[in-house]
Design a protein around this ligand. Structure first.
Ligand code: A3D
Length: 319
């Protein structure tokens, strides 16, 4: 059976776990690319040796060369630096922009028909940058965050109510960070509105734990950040694209008037299929949720301006 070709750029924790899940679910042949000599090649070889036991038929290969992007239906970007001691937020922004910007250009050069799915943080800003630098249409550039934030909230509600988290549905929109926007009317437990089983105060506590979800894991791990659930989020989106399911999932997308917002990339519900974002789904929002989404958009817009300044202050070194 011929599988689509997917490239995962960044063979770190999220990239390698994503590659494993893509292979296990029989979704793709995967090229794993990393700037560190031997890292992607070694992990790809290891994964191929899991295939006889796990029974997946696709191949996984590793590379340091962007030419291996050719023919990719989907390119997933997990390449980036984590914040190091002494590094300011602006330093990290500039450092990851210097990684993601050139990768987006390489995608446009080697795989201009591909869909580009960004995972590198700060997520909403990296999606805006990838959109600009790749020149791809907005239907083919998006970011993974809302699926993860929604899954974290679903897990916390399931744990609180002692029910399987798969019976909890939820949609979290907005930006990936303090200004994420959980949509109360979207949250159900066993098909019932969450407001019938949890008080507003209890819900707000779970929303705050979701906003802090990444930091809670970093506090335990100390030297790294979450990667199992982030990789599952990426693969849920990849599955909708590669299997053309038309599923509605939250994703970071460029807005051109939807939700009354434009010139910004933000988490909104999108319908995903083989062509990428088929449409941005108009979801009914409470007035406070609409306000929160507008506030998140303002913060992302301000970040986009800071991003331009940060990159200008530390230009990309010549290759
Ligand atoms: P890590 O395990 O450090 O892996 C990053 C990899 O990127 C390393 O192997 C690097 O060598 C590689 N890399 C750096 N520069 C390049 C380059 N120019 N080309 C190719 N590879 C390169 O990090 P991780 O996998 O834990 O996280 C990766 C990124 O995802 C970080 O920016 C995280 O903050 C982000 N992340 C986002 C979410 C969201 O929900 C949005 C969740 C989890 C992680």
């Amino acid at each position: 059976m011929s599988l689509p070709h997917v490239t995962v750029v960044g063979a770190g924790q999220v990239g390698a776990t994503t590659t494993h899940l893509l292979a296990l679910q029989g979704l793709a042949n995967v090229t794993l690319v990393d700037i560190v000599e031997g890292l992607a090649e070694g992990k790809a070889l290891d994964l191929m040796q899991a295939a006889p036991m796990e029974g997946f038929a696709g191949w996984v290969r590793g590379s340091t060369a962007y030419a291996s992007l050719a023919g990719s239906r989907l390119v997933i970007v997990t390449a980036g630096l984590a914040r190091k001691p002494g590094m300011t937020r602006e330093d990290l922004l500039a450092a990851n922009a210097r990684i993601v910007g050139p990768i987006a250009e390489q995608v446009a050069a080697h795989a201009p028909q591909a869909i580009l799915l960004i995972v590198t943080n700060p997520l909403d800003l990296m999606v805006a940058l990838a959109l600009k630098r790749s020149g791809l249409p907005r239907t083919r550039v998006m970011g993974m965050a809302g699926v993860l934030d929604s899954a974290r909230l679903r897990a916390f509600i399931g744990e609180r109510l002692q029910v399987p988290s798969s019976t909890v549905q939820a949609m979290v929109l907005g930006s990936h960070g303090e200004l994420m926007v959980p949509i109360v009317s979207s949250i159900t437990v066993g098909g019932k509105p969450v407001t019938s089983v949890l008080s507003a105060q209890e819900l707000e506590a779970l929303f705050q734990r979701t906003r802090d979800g990444g930091a809670e894991i970093v506090r335990y791990l100390k030297t790294g950040s979450a990667f199992y659930a982030p990789a599952s989020g990426v693969v849920e989106m990849a599955g909708a694209i590669l299997r053309d399911t038309h599923a509605t999932l939250p994703a970071c997308a460029a807005l051109e008037g939807e939700y009354g917002l434009r010139d910004v990339c933000l988490g909104v519900p999108v319908q995903l299929g083989a062509k990428g974002i088929e449409r941005i789904v108009d979801m009914p929002l409470a007035p406070a949720e609409r306000q929160a989404l507008t506030a998140a958009a303002a913060q992302v817009r301000e970040g986009i301006a800071r991003l331009s300044a940060a990159v200008a202050a530390s230009p990309t070194p010549a290759p």
